[in-house]
Design a binder for this molecule. Structure first.
Ligand SMILES: [Zn+2]
Length: 365
């Protein structure tokens, strides 16, 4: 008896573990823990059913929506998210499938990927695995896909829509309040999903709306956690969160304040300049370098032929030049650069009616 029960349990577990689930047309892979699946379903259902009484106009223009309501917002996500995989899904070994002979569009790659300065930034930064697979495939000239639910899903476009959700999305300490499924927490998570979905947009150099290194003077200087465009993933996350916050029915003052901080943090990642130094800082830096330069010039007069000093002098002079360029940039007004969200590769846009039909079917279950 006991043995039969254990066997039945093992069978049921392995069946449910292999199957995954479809919700609103999005495949939730079996690698996502059951509690996270429940949360994701509730979040997506919440978004779809949101009546949206008011919205941020920047959200409408940035997302390119004809109308801002739950079904349109869900449709925007659905067109960029088709599969969600869990943190335990291994993005290597047999799960990765490569195929030669596919002809990719002959458009250039984003410069950071083409020059290897940001190699595999995709994988590290974006949990938008689909966009990463597409650009990696395009770079290697091999169509790349992953095994999902017994089938191979090939990244024929950055819009293939494979997102990986990590524990970070659900961790209580990163949430707005300690009620995991509160409206405020749903809004926070949905903001992140909008962010990730945005990484599926764009063509040629604009593919993936890839992050840039935060410039000197930024709190995250050196980390690939900023963007130099005015309509990237952080901007979209900010305006989507703003729109949802505006429509939050149960957010108290503390929730609102914390969500506003999230929005401000996302906006602070948008840095249109190559540095965040002030004029005063730059002038001081130049003066400091100049003092050391004067010292070396003097030193070289007395000790000609000191190779190390010659090198150091050249390095310091290039530092001054860098500061002068930064000063010049600071004194020149910047116009916000916008990336082109038009997707690349083979991709079919689903209508609001189609995505709504799928969602309604799931919600009725
Ligand atoms: Zn991102």
């Amino acid at each position: 008896m006991k043995r039969t029960l254990a066997l039945t349990l093992a069978l049921t577990t392995s069946l449910s573990a292999g199957a995954g689930e479809n919700f609103g047309g999005i495949e939730l892979d079996s690698s996502i823990p059951a509690t996270q699946v429940r949360t994701l379903k509730e979040d997506l259902g919440y978004l779809y059913s949101n009546p949206i009484k008011g919205f941020d106009v920047d959200f409408q223009s940035m997302a390119g929506l004809s109308k801002v309501d739950g079904p349109h917002m869900y449709n925007w996500l659905y067109n960029r998210v088709k599969h969600i995989i869990g943190q335990s899904y291994k993005l290597y070994g047999r799960n990765i499938v490569k195929k030669t002979g596919h002809s990719f569009p002959s458009t250039p790659l984003p410069p950071s990927l083409a020059n290897n300065t940001n190699q595999f930034a995709g994988i590290i930064i974006m949990s938008n695995v689909g966009a990463s697979l597409y650009v990696m495939g395009k770079k290697e000239k091999k169509l790349t896909g992953i095994k999902l639910g017994g089938k191979t899903v090939f990244a024929l476009s950055p819009r293939v829509g494979i997102l990986q959700v990590g524990e970070g999305l659900f961790l209580e300490r990163l949430l707005i309040n300690n009620e995991p499924n509160s409206e405020a927490n749903k809004i926070k998570r949905l903001g992140t999903i909008f962010h990730e979905a945005r990484h599926g947009d764009g063509h040629s150099e604009h593919i993936g709306f890839i992050h840039n290194a935060c410039p000197p003077g930024h709190a995250l200087s050196g980390f690939d956690a900023c963007e130099a465009s005015a309509n990237g993933a952080y901007s979209l996350e900010a305006v989507a969160t703003k729109t949802l916050l505006e429509n939050c029915l149960t957010c108290n003052n503390e929730d609102k304040t914390k969500l506003e901080v999230t929005i401000a943090d996302a906006f602070s990642r948008v840095v249109l300049r190559s540095h965040l130094k002030t004029e005063k800082q730059l002038l001081e830096e130049i003066a400091t370098y100049q003092r050391v330069i004067d010292f070396y010039i003097d030193y070289l007069v007395k000790n000609p032929g000191s190779e190390m000093s010659v090198k150091e002098l050249a390095r310091l002079k290039s530092k001054v030049k860098e500061c002068e360029d930064q000063l010049q940039e600071l004194r020149t007004p910047v116009s916000a650069q916008k990336l082109d969200a038009k997707p690349e590769g083979t991709f079919k846009e689903a209508s609001v009616e189609e995505s709504s039909l799928l969602m309604n079917r799931s919600l009725r279950k």
